[in-house]
Design a protein around this ligand. Structure first.
Ligand SMILES: CC(C)(COP(=O)(O)OP(=O)(O)OC[C@H]1O[C@@H](n2cnc3c(N)ncnc32)[C@H](O)[C@@H]1OP(=O)(O)O)[C@@H](O)C(=O)NCCC(=O)NCCS
Length: 123
């Protein structure tokens, strides 16, 4: 499905009728700081479409890497894994393993920083 997208580089937003992605960037790094798709529209590839648009923009900005401070939930980690992201800090390996065993995909686990840092090289 082609998703109508509005990209605003000044405010760091990629907007669609079904949900939005928020980003910022500096010299060689691009960060996706939030993404939320409205519940009835999930599992239809829309989140992936927004991430693909963000990665395309990051390449155009000549960034080397995309970083994501991900929510410590199975839903979020599975989504980022599916999109090719890996956890960045080896000390978070055990936490990620516990999250992935969670019965509830939306349960948010405690972590020292409140997030799990994930990343992907894009060049
Ligand atoms: C996480 C979120 C952005 C995913 O958006 P989406 O449009 O549903 O994602 P997609 O349809 O592109 O999913 C791609 C893949 O991610 C994985 N995935 C997505 N949601 C998942 C879930 N709830 N549980 C397990 N895997 C999931 C699946 O592998 C999925 O592929 P599949 O549907 O073919 O199995 C959306 O569920 C959301 O807004 N959640 C609440 C906010 C949140 O957690 N944001 C992430 C913060 S870092």
């Amino acid at each position: 499905m082609a998703i109508p997208l509005e990209i605003d580089i000044k405010t760091g937003e990629i907007k669609s009728p079904y949900g939005d992605l928020f980003f910022n960037f500096d010299v060689d790094q691009f960060s996706i700081v939030g993404i939320e798709i409205s519940e009835p529209n999930r599992r239809q590839g829309i989140g992936t479409g927004l991430v693909n648009a963000a990665e395309k923009l990051a390449r155009e900005l000549e960034c080397l890497k995309v970083e994501v401070p991900a929510t410590p939930s199975r839903m979020a980690i599975s989504f980022w894994n599916k999109n090719g992201y890996e956890f960045a800090l080896k000390e978070e390996k055990a936490l990620v393993a516990r999250i992935m065993k969670s019965k509830s995909s939306s349960k948010i686990f405690d972590s020292d920083s409140g997030i799990v840092l994930m990343h992907k090289r894009i060049r």
